[in-house]
Write a protein that binds this ligand. Structure first.
Ligand SMILES: Nc1ncnc2c1ncn2[C@@H]1O[C@H](COP(=O)(O)OP(=O)(O)O)[C@@H](O)[C@H]1O
Ligand SMILES: [Mg+2]
Length: 245
């Protein structure tokens, strides 16, 4: 699904990622943990297609495509979803038509039949209620005045509608209260299926109490220093990163 091979990348002459390799298979949930400044956000920004980074070597293959050849729009059409991909406020654009447009553009690209307003309005209400998202939210403007928790709810809603092949959630737990954290973790657990993969970037083990990842990776100084199962996260919780980097 995603194969990152020997990726070395810099920003403003500073090498941040250092020969980093990571493979994510279909249907797998991977957690990426690491101390501040280890390169987690740099990696997700590069996957997202942000342009300020220099790729010095390595490759990223996503579902058979050379990811680095694709622009941001193409990446999302190929099934990559980044939780912070649309953090902008779009005043006056309601969530429901926004998501319908996104979904229909995806269906059209796949040569599938588009969905009409009425059917979609029904579907989205159903999905929102399953995710514990209040229906009032569906008529709000995209991200306008959203709290941290509401932004996360909206991301989960987007993922439920667009059904990406790979979802990347960066720092999903920063600043979330317990309820918002549960919406995110329950959402991911509901969306887990053999076709959908997840990369969950987090500082804290507490998120992983709710989402049990198949693999946990530790990143330090721009490379993966340890890969294992949930016990790696438990070790971090107990002793910090000292034995893992
Ligand atoms: N625009 C930038 N210019 C220079 N250095 C940067 C820039 N962005 C990030 N870095 C550096 O890259 C390193 C990794 O940052 P980041 O990927 O944000 O870490 P993490 O998300 O793991 O906390 C840090 O040392 C940070 O200072
Ligand atoms: Mg970060």
């Amino acid at each position: 699904m995603l194969s990152i091979k020997n990726l070395t990348a810099s920003i403003e002459e500073n090498k941040i990622l250092n020969n980093l390799s990571l493979n994510i298979g279909k249907g797998e949930v991977h957690a990426l943990m690491g101390p501040n400044g280890s390169g987690k956000s740099t990696l997700s920004n590069i996957l997202a297609g942000k342009e300020e980074y220099q790729i010095l070597s390595g490759e990223i293959i996503f579902n058979g495509n050379n990811l680095l050849d694709l622009d941001i729009e193409e990446r999302s059409q190929k099934g990559l979803f980044l939780a912070f991909q649309y953090p902008v406020e779009i005043p006056g654009v309601n969530i429901t038509p926004f998501l319908l447009t996104a979904l229909n553009s995806k269906l059209k690209k796949e040569g599938k039949k588009e969905i009409d307003n009425l059917t979609f309005a029904k579907n989205i209400k159903h999905i929102a209620s399953e995710l514990g998202i209040q229906k009032e939210m569906l008529s709000r403007s995209v991200n306008e005045g959203f709290s941290g928790g509401e932004k996360k709810r909206f991301e989960i809603l987007q993922m439920s509608i667009l059904k990406p092949l790979l979802s990347i959630l960066d720092e999903t737990d920063s600043g979330l209260d317990v309820d918002a954290l549960r919406v995110v973790t329950d959402g991911v657990n509901k969306l887990r299926n053999p076709e959908s993969s997840f990369l969950i970037i987090t500082h804290y083990q507490r998120l992983l109490d709710y989402i049990e990842p198949d693999f946990v990776h530790v990143i330090h100084e721009g490379r993966i220093t340890k890969t294992g199962n949930i016990s790696v996260a438990q070790e971090i919780e107990k002793n910090g990163y000292k034995n893992l980097i």
